[in-house]
Design a protein around this ligand. Structure first.
Ligand SMILES: *Cc1c(COP(=O)(O)O)cnc(C)c1O
Length: 397
């Protein structure tokens, strides 16, 4: 048995807020404050450059990577941290294409997060070798994996709809057709029970500021299947992916480990924040987390549908094919989300009409879900969203 959920006492939840946006930016764990203060004052402030050794800043990217590996079903040493998810997508796709030099197609789906597609297209343009980014509807991905495909690049959980791909089945199909499989776990890590090693995909990537609560701009991660770690070609060959960074050699020699996917100097303040944030997972059984997430999502769907027939469920009803979020389509979704935020229910809006609510069992419970549904009912039934102040779009929605 793992610890019981939620663990609200570990989080700095603002008074009067029901936070249903941990799928976009996780809540601040209380342990982060003291840890970052220590890293700034005692380590940076006092130790200065010595802290790379004395405070083991040099070991921090790997320490954090192994903690993330444990949460996604990957073995020690198979994950590297750093940079942003966009960069890690680029590296994974580049390595995947190198593994299939005779094929020219990168396959993804049209539900994927735009930056993944932009990075793939940018890589194609940079290479200038006639590669093609091909997009299928999510339901048609299996058939679209043909022997032309070099790399299948998919996000397990769709950021808009919450629809979830079957990692085992899709990876199996990719391998049957000779393609390399890359999973983006941005909406999976810390949200689902994952068996990354078991699905046998070559690569996976993800970010740590969503369900892992690492804070805005927290470093991304990349998983490389252990049998490939010493042979894949790292795109973006930076000195900290070198076998011996401080030998300062003129030529690049990749580290004989997943660490070759590192690029430059690690973001120590962000890594310290993430390391402290990951303490909230100590003792959590991912199967318990998933069970709690399914319960929260199902309760929310039931409560909102009973109260607001105007909202149209835009998420699969079957929990088996859904991540840890629930989306509703509503013509005035943007304004409605602003009205909700004003009343303490923080969700977000994704164009064109999606009201999105994320469920994070570490700090959300059933009472929060029911209270949120009551407030949503108030906003929709009484058309509170019509207030002109809710119509003006901010830069970040
Ligand atoms: C959140 C998210 C990103 C964000 O990428 P960054 O480089 O961290 O800004 C990328 N891909 C997916 C699938 C995401 O959900």
């Amino acid at each position: 048995m793992g610890v019981s959920l939620p663990r609200k006492e570990l989080f700095d939840l603002p008074e009067g807020v029901i936070y249903l946006d941990g799928n976009s930016l996780g809540v601040l764990p209380k342990a982060v404050n003291a840890r970052v203060a220590q890293t700034i004052q005692a380590e940076w402030g006092h130790e200065l450059i010595r802290a790379w050794n004395t405070a083991d800043w040099m070991g921090l990217p790997t320490k954090v990577a192994n903690r993330i590996a444990a949460l996604i079903g990957a073995p020690d040493g198979s994950v590297a941290t750093g940079d942003t998810l966009s960069i890690k997508v680029f590296q994974a796709v580049a390595a995947g294409l190198d593994m299939r030099p005779d094929r020219k197609v990168i396959l993804s789906d049209n539900g994927n997060f735009p930056t993944d597609l932009y990075m793939a297209q940018g890589l194609i343009d940079t290479k200038g070798q006639g590669h093609e980014l091909r997009l299928a509807d999510p339901e048609d991905v299996m058939e679209a994996i043909t022997e032309e495909v070099a790399v299948v690049m998919l996000t397990e959980v769709d950021f808009r709809s919450g629809r979830k791909h079957d990692m085992v089945e899709v990876t199996k199909r990719a391998h049957e057709k000779g393609a390399v499989m890359i999973w983006d776990l941005a909406h999976s890590a810390g949200a689902l029970e994952l068996d990354l090693a078991g699905c046998n995909a070559e690569f996976a990537v993800g970010c740590s500021y969503k369900y892992l609560n690492g804070g805005p701009g927290a470093p991304a991660f990349i998983y490389v299947r252990p049998d490939l770690a010493e042979s894949i070609q790292p795109a973006l060959a930076g000195w900290l992916g070198h076998d011996a960074p401080f030998a300062m050699e003129l030529g690049y020699r990749p580290a004989m480990a997943t660490e070759r996917m590192r690029v430059g100097t690690p973001p120590i303040l962000q890594l310290a924040a993430l390391d402290a944030a990951l303490d909230a997972w100590d003792g959590v059984e991912m199967s318990d987390l998933r069970a709690a997430s399914v319960h929260l999502c199902e309760t929310f769907i039931k409560e909102v549908e009973a109260r607001c027939p105007e909202l149209e469920l835009a998420t699969p009803r079957d929990a088996a094919v859904r991540g840890s979020q629930v989306s509703f389509g509503f013509e005035h979704g943007y304004a409605a989300v602003q009205a909700l935020i004003d009343r303490g229910v923080i969700g977000d809006f994704r164009a064109p009409n999606i009201m999105r609510f994320g469920f994070t069992p570490l700090y959300i419970d059933e009472a929060d879900v029911i209270r949120a549904a009551e407030i949503i009912e108030d906003v929709i039934k009484n058309e509170l969203w019509r207030d002109p102040k809710y119509q003006v779009r901010s830069r970040v929605t």
